[in-house]
Ligand binder design. Structure first.
Ligand code: ADP
Length: 334
């Protein structure tokens, strides 16, 4: 249920449409980011210029796509959506650039996955709204210059540290999305329960918020599950008891950690003696891709201070030992 089609944008896009905020004012939390982007948007609209390119980074499910879809609506311009993973060569990016209407937005998700050649092809498009196209081969090769309509590129990445400096520098607006507080998530759950037609009590909404790893997408997924459970096993009401039962069926614990989080922590504990352990070794043991670990699982656990990064690898904190019901090693209880 906490699904992972977050790399597959169109599917995720369609699925989320009903619950996704439409305008900046509908976005819950991220107040500072909203305000700064709102100012940039308004100023661009007043100047009748395209908005400067925007880079959004942060763990999956925190609202990067949401911002990218709200911004063109605010500007009343069209939006094209592409994914860095699918743009293998400059020719894959070219149609997006040439199709872009004046002032429109091109959203590139997972922009850190753009191959170098595509990235470099994009530089003049971002700077001067032109592309350099090479025609022919060998001695007959020549470069032609093609003008583009001025537009805005919004890039999203789970880790801006993965971007090359030249690419990062071409985004005048750079924003980092952080995890949401329980009260922000409670508001999101309450609003979305209404949209999904699930009557829910405040305490149950807060329970779902607590079980959502600080992440709106997970909150929405948990909420959908609670609705299914309430309709199938109860009388369709989101009471606290129903919500508790539904969440415990998912294996979510009081801290909101899911089975995969706990498996990560117990692996470091049991296999690596509490760490430090290298991220590759942990990923291999869990049979997961390193990227999945660093982009999807670890950020919330680091933020919750259950694990720390040391030069020699990941290490459990005293808090993690306690959460797993173990006493920490005597010399390291802090
Ligand atoms: P990302 O692109 O960072 O992976 P998304 O923008 O797809 O995340 O967000 C996932 C879902 O979470 C959205 O469909 C939306 O329903 C919800 N969501 C994200 N951010 C917010 C927010 N600030 N307020 C309300 N809902 C949000």
């Amino acid at each position: 249920p906490s699904g992972k089609p977050m790399t597959d944008l169109p599917g995720n896009f369609a699925d989320d449409v009903a619950l996704r905020p439409k305008y900046l004012r509908d976005i819950i939390g991220q107040r500072d980011v909203c305000e700064r982007i709102g100012i940039a948007v308004e100023a661009a609209a007043k100047r009748r210029e395209p908005l400067g390119h925007v880079l959004l980074d942060g763990p999956p499910g925190l609202g990067k796509t949401t911002f990218a879809t709200c911004i063109p609506r605010e500007l009343d311009v069209s939006l094209q959506i592409a994914s860095g993973a699918a743009l293998a060569a400059p020719k894959d990016l070219l149609p997006y650039l040439t199709n872009a209407e004046e002032g429109s937005v091109l959203f590139i998700d997972e922009i850190h996955r753009l191959p170098k050649a595509v990235e470099e092809f994009m530089y003049p498009a971002m700077e001067d709204f032109r592309v350099d196209i090479t025609l022919g081969e060998g001695v007959n090769a020549r470069t032609v210059n093609m003008k583009l309509r001025p537009m805005t590129i919004i890039g999203a990445t789970t880790r801006s540290g993965l971007l090359s400096a030249p690419l990062r520098d071409r985004f005048p607006v750079r924003e980092h999305l952080d995890f949401y507080s329980i009260s922000e998530l409670t508001r999101i759950v309450t609003i979305n329960a209404k949209k999904l037609g699930l009557p829910i009590v405040e305490a149950a909404a807060e329970k779902i918020a607590t079980a959502s790893r600080g992440t709106p997408r997970i909150a929405n997924n948990r909420l959908r599950w609670v609705r299914d459970y309430a309709q199938s096993r109860a009388d369709g009401e989101g009471t606290l008891v129903v919500t508790d039962d539904a969440l415990s069926m998912l294996g979510v614990d009081q801290k909101g950690l899911d089975p995969q989080d706990r498996k990560y922590l117990t692996t470091i504990l049991r296999v690596f003696g509490g760490g430090p352990a290298g991220v590759e070794a942990i990923a291999h043991t869990l049979n997961l891709a390193v990227d999945t670990l660093t982009d999807e699982i670890e950020p919330f656990l680091l933020r919750s201070e259950l694990v720390v990064r040391t030069p020699r690898g990941r290490k459990l904190t005293a808090k993690a030992y306690e959460h797993l019901g173990h006493s920490p090693p005597p010399d390291e209880s802090d």
